[in-house]
Write a protein that binds this ligand. Structure first.
Ligand code: BV8
Ligand code: ZN
Length: 260
């Protein structure tokens, strides 16, 4: 059991984090499944990384899709159906509120999540590193369509060319979209403060953004219910649920703004 953090330690950490943010001209954020946990979406580790007994890494791959597209579509249709029932939580809203303070040119959310909840909460600069589950892409003509809120058939086909559709997301062993990756790398390399929220930071290259920010001299703040090695030495660690801590951080930040 980790020693519990005393209240004064927490208050001091919250102050340090708010001061780091206040001093930053540009801020970037890396979020993972943990930021959507309080919206009711399972994290990868939370489910033991399993879905119906399959390891996610074994289902979320192009090889799995080639071998058994119906199984992979069952996995993603189940996640799509759940997605239409959830809403952004206070953590997503707090990040959207932060963007308002810096403006969308100086505040970027780089998310590993494919749930679209940051944009739904009002964030405008969102780099979806691993794509978006509401979109499908044709394996033939590569046409991309936004298909939110609908149940897709077990093996959905393209209306234009008849080939099989796939989720428009990045599977393991696939490259990230080059333009998104470029923009995320730029945001991490230019920021003075980098927030790491709700991620085990074991998946690359996304987790590498933390190193990019640190190498550029950014101060790192980690928000997680448990400590991870991700943020590295010197990081300010806020331990607790992001849906609670991010609003507290915004409140501390804005209170200091008013105080001048
Ligand atoms: C790539 C979309 C270049 C799919 C995802 C062999 C061959 C090829 C590549 C590799 C290889 N071996 C390793 C690799 C690299 C691989 C990788 O990193 N593997 C890992 C498993 C070791 N990466 C890739 O394959 C990437 N591509 O490398 O391409 C290439 C190409 C060809 C050949 C060589 C190289 C592509 C990776 C993208 C995979 N797609 N998502 C889908 O979602 O179904 S990744 C998926 O898993 C998620 O998007 C997310 O990124 C990841 C899970 O991580 P987290 O988000 O961190 O979630 P997790 O559950 O782990 O943690 C939750 C955290 O939240 C915890 O810390 C918890 O404490 C915290 N938490 C919980 N509740 C709360 C909370 N915190 C705050 N508040 C709360 N309430
Ligand atoms: Zn097509």
């Amino acid at each position: 059991m980790h020693p519990s953090i005393s209240d004064e330690d927490f208050e001091a950490a919250l102050d340090r984090a708010a001061n780091l943010l206040r001093a930053a001209e540009r801020v970037a954020v890396l979020t993972g499944a943990g930021v959507s946990a309080e919206s009711g979406l399972a994290t990868f580790r939370g489910a033991g990384g399993l879905w119906e007994g399959h390891r996610v890494e074994d289902v979320a791959t192009p090889e799995a899709f080639a071998r058994d597209p119906a199984l992979v579509w069952r996995f993603y249709n189940a996640r799509r159906a759940k997605l239409w029932t959830v809403r952004p939580n206070d953590g997503h809203a707090a990040l959207a509120r932060m963007e308002q303070r810096w403006g969308p040119d100086n505040f970027a959310v780089c998310t590993q999540n494919i749930d679209g909840l940051h944009r739904a909460a009002g964030s405008r600069t969102v780099h979806e590193l691993h794509g978006n589950l509401a979109r499908v892409r044709c394996t033939g003509c590569r046409r991309v369509e936004d298909r939110p809120g609908v149940d897709l058939p077990e093996l959905p086909r393209c209306g234009a060319c008849g080939e099989l559709l796939r989720p428009d997301i990045v599977w393991f062993h696939e490259m990230l979209p080059a333009d998104v990756w470029r923009d995320a790398g730029r945001a991490a390399g230019l920021c003075e403060c980098f927030l790491v929220v709700g991620t085990t930071a074991v998946v690359y290259p996304a987790a590498g953004l933390i190193d990019t920010a640190r190498a550029a001299g950014a101060g790192v703040i980690e928000v997680n219910i448990e400590p991870t090695a991700a943020a590295g030495r010197g990081a300010v660690r806020l331990r607790g649920p992001s849906g609670v801590l991010l609003p507290q951080l915004v409140e501390r930040l804005l209170a200091g703004d008013e105080g001048g």
